[in-house]
Design a protein around this ligand. Structure first.
Ligand SMILES: O=C(CO)[C@@H](O)[C@H](O)[C@H](O)[C@H](O)COP(=O)(O)O
Ligand SMILES: [Zn+2]
Length: 196
């Protein structure tokens, strides 16, 4: 019974990856172009999400500021889920729906890329911040799940892994983040040295 459950989880995860490969590869390619062009123009990438997606936001920013596989210069990316003083001050004083919005209002510039990660596509704090990003003139990307939710209807680049089950969506998101990092590095640093 337990082994069936374990294998069932793997099977659902594989299905989420297959769905993403089938339906999202072209949009992922376009997303890489948007991000690579922004970085080439001196803009930055801001990334946010709640819970497991907060961890994904940090993971993505770390790969860009540090490195994914290529030895190359640092790339500007900030996870908006990391500063406990900002999160607690803004959450306490203005409410939880403001924790990312306030940071986007402070940091985003026209031409930056603002990425919202949400498995439901409905987290109000992510949606609000993406609306502000759009008003500022930043490009908006949604790394989403299920039916894409409210965020799916508003972002410029919609990467929705159309499966139910938060863990399986998150597992596909992790793969998409690695693909984005890989492609961004290869496009910006074709002569970069490989570190494996
Ligand atoms: O990692 C998980 C579940 O796998 C949770 O921490 C999950 O991320 C949290 O419940 C989030 O608050 C869900 O938000 P969202 O993905 O719907 O925007
Ligand atoms: Zn999780």
């Amino acid at each position: 019974m337990r082994l069936q459950e374990i294998k069932g989880h793997f099977a659902n995860s594989v299905r989420a990856l297959e769905q993403a490969a089938e339906e999202l590869s072209e949009t992922i390619d376009y997303c890489c172009t948007v991000m690579a062009e922004a970085l080439q123009n001196g803009n930055k990438i801001l990334i946010m999400g709640n819970g497991g997606s907060a961890a994904d936001a940090q993971h993505f920013a770390a790969e860009l500021v540090g490195r994914f596989l290529l030895e190359r210069k640092a790339l500007p990316a900030i996870a908006l889920s990391t500063d406990t003083s900002i999160l607690t001050a803004v959450g306490n004083d203005y409410g939880f729906d403001e924790v990312f919005n306030r940071q986007v209002a402070a940091l985003a510039k026209p031409g930056d890329v603002v990425v919202g990660i949400s498995t439901s596509g409905n987290s109000p704090n992510v949606l609000k911040a993406l609306r502000t990003a759009h008003e500022i003139g930043a490009r908006t990307v949604g790394l989403l799940g299920k039916d894409g939710g409210a965020i799916g209807g508003e972002v410029e680049v919609n990467l929705t892994v159309r499966v139910s089950g938060t863990p399986f969506v998150q597992e596909a998101h992790a793969a998409i983040i690695h693909i984005l990092c890989d492609q961004i590095e290869k496009r910006l640093f074709p002569a970069g040295t490989l570190n494996v």
